[in-house]
Structures are given as C-alpha cells and as structure tokens.
Design a protein around this ligand. Structure first.
Ligand SMILES: [Zn+2]
Length: 94
C-alpha cells in the first residue's frame, strides 16, 4: 500500500479543491469559497446540515445533489457508530 493516495470523496463531484490549500473547497453551484474544513465543510454547505451552524447553506444546489450529500453524511455517521461499538467490544474482551 503506497502512502499519499487519498481516496477521492464523491462530494468532490460537486466542488473543486483550491490550489495550494488542501483544506479548501469551492462550491460548483454558487461559487462559494471555503478556505478550511475540506470536503466535510463542502458537504455541510451543500446539504445545509451543519452540526456547528458555522457554514452558510448553498442557495444554488439542485435538490437531488442536496439529497445525495445528505445520504453521504448520514452513512458516515452510521460507520462512526459501528466503529465505536467495535472498540467497546474489544475492551470488553480484555
Ligand atoms: Zn454553494
């Protein structure tokens, strides 16, 4: 396995990275530039589901894209929960 290969997040279909800023993203629909937070912030912007309420919602995103990003975010939460449970099981086994 070679290092430095970043798995491309499907959310990048709806935004562009910023040259020289790994944590930046530009919304393809309204052109909003987010200088930090990476693709996660782009997802919050497109879905309007920002847990911290720090990210401006997108006014130009098509409804089907918004739904797609919402699904991505919910799937990720699900995976996180599973992982946490797995660690608890390992601790219990010890
Ligand atoms: Zn936008």
């Amino acid at each position: 396995m070679s290092s430095g290969v970043v798995k491309r997040d499907p959310a990048w279909e709806h935004g562009d990275p910023i040259d020289g800023n790994k944590n930046g993203s530009i919304c393809k629909y309204c052109g909003r530039v987010m200088k930090s937070g990476g693709v996660t912030r782009l997802k919050y912007h497109l879905s309007g589901l920002d847990p911290g309420n720090n990210v401006q919602r997108c006014n130009s995103v098509p409804p089907e894209v918004k739904a797609f990003i919402t699904t991505l975010l919910k799937n990720k939460q699900h995976q996180k929960e599973k992982k946490t449970h797995g660690m608890e099981n390992i601790r219990a086994g010890l």
